[in-house]
Design a protein around this ligand. Sequence first.
Ligand SMILES: Cc1ncc(COP(=O)(O)O)c(C=O)c1O
Length: 342
Amino acid sequence: MRQHILSLAPYSSARDEYTGKEGIFLDANENPLGSATPENWNRYPDPYQAEIKTKLAPIKGCRPAQIFLGNGSDEPIDLIIRLTCEPKEDNIIILPPTYGMYEVSASVNNIEIQKIPLTSDYQLDTEKIIASINSKTKLIFICSPNNPTGNLIDRKAILEIIKNFQQGIVIIDEAYNDFSDEPSFVPELDHFPNVMVLQTFSKAWGLASLRLGMAFGNEALIKLLNKIKYPYNINGLTQKALLENIGNIDFVKNSVKTLNQNRKILIAELEQLPIVTKIFPSDANFLLVRFKEAKKTFDYLIEQKLIVRDRSKVILCDDSLRISVGTKEENERLIELLKKYQ
Ligand SMILES: Cc1ncc(COP(=O)(O)O)c(C=O)c1O
């Protein structure tokens, strides 16, 4: 941890100083008359989202104090870097091809980035990763299932990194874990004090627009993240929407089932197309697909108003497009267009 953060006094909000719900509130300079919208949003929300965490903990198999909620999981990615890395001094390790925000957040904070590419089958090069750890290495980001490749990272390899990096924190980004059968690291966190897990409500829960991400870790780490976050980082509308629907696990389960089924059908259809040269195995709600002419195919799809993600310039992803699994109709349209292009 950066020393000055350990000793700094955090901002103390009005809702920190009085947590009761009853009373006349003249402490936060809010508008007591109500809001400019039909529904009232005039009161600041709970800065630590206690009710959500109480309901979320049993779903995730952890204690409420092990949960941090952020404005998307992008927020804890940035916060963990700012909490641990001294600009121009410390470094982080990332494993490309992987999710872009680790590099962007580190760069914004002027933190050196060590890139240790995945192997050709998109697994960890454990030996190289461990060899690259130096006294200034604070964080290692592992994404599993990995974006943009879609595959799970071998658990044994992750455990080896955790074991060999006791000086810092291993961040396991499980944004797409709901779509796989792989158990989460969250219920095991008590065994791994140097691990932080990221998950999100943006994927299987279908709540990307609400901007709600989760970080899980030991209580001391979560306290420090809370210390440096913006006071009311999760807005009242988001908290209310989630609290009213957090019991709707059936939606999540059904979405996963449907999308995984759709993924299977999509793979079978893509396999029939001569313009497709490889479909990478996926445990997520997207596929990395190699085409004979990725850029031309991408441009054609855009012309037809079907948008996929061009990853062909990304290391180890030559000629590849990343395709989110859509509804049955959307996937059928994609295949129809690819056949036409062909
Ligand atoms: C691997 C991974 N992590 C984190 C995120 C960020 O998710 P959010 O900020 O919506 O929670 C994404 C988004 O695509 C992602 O792919």
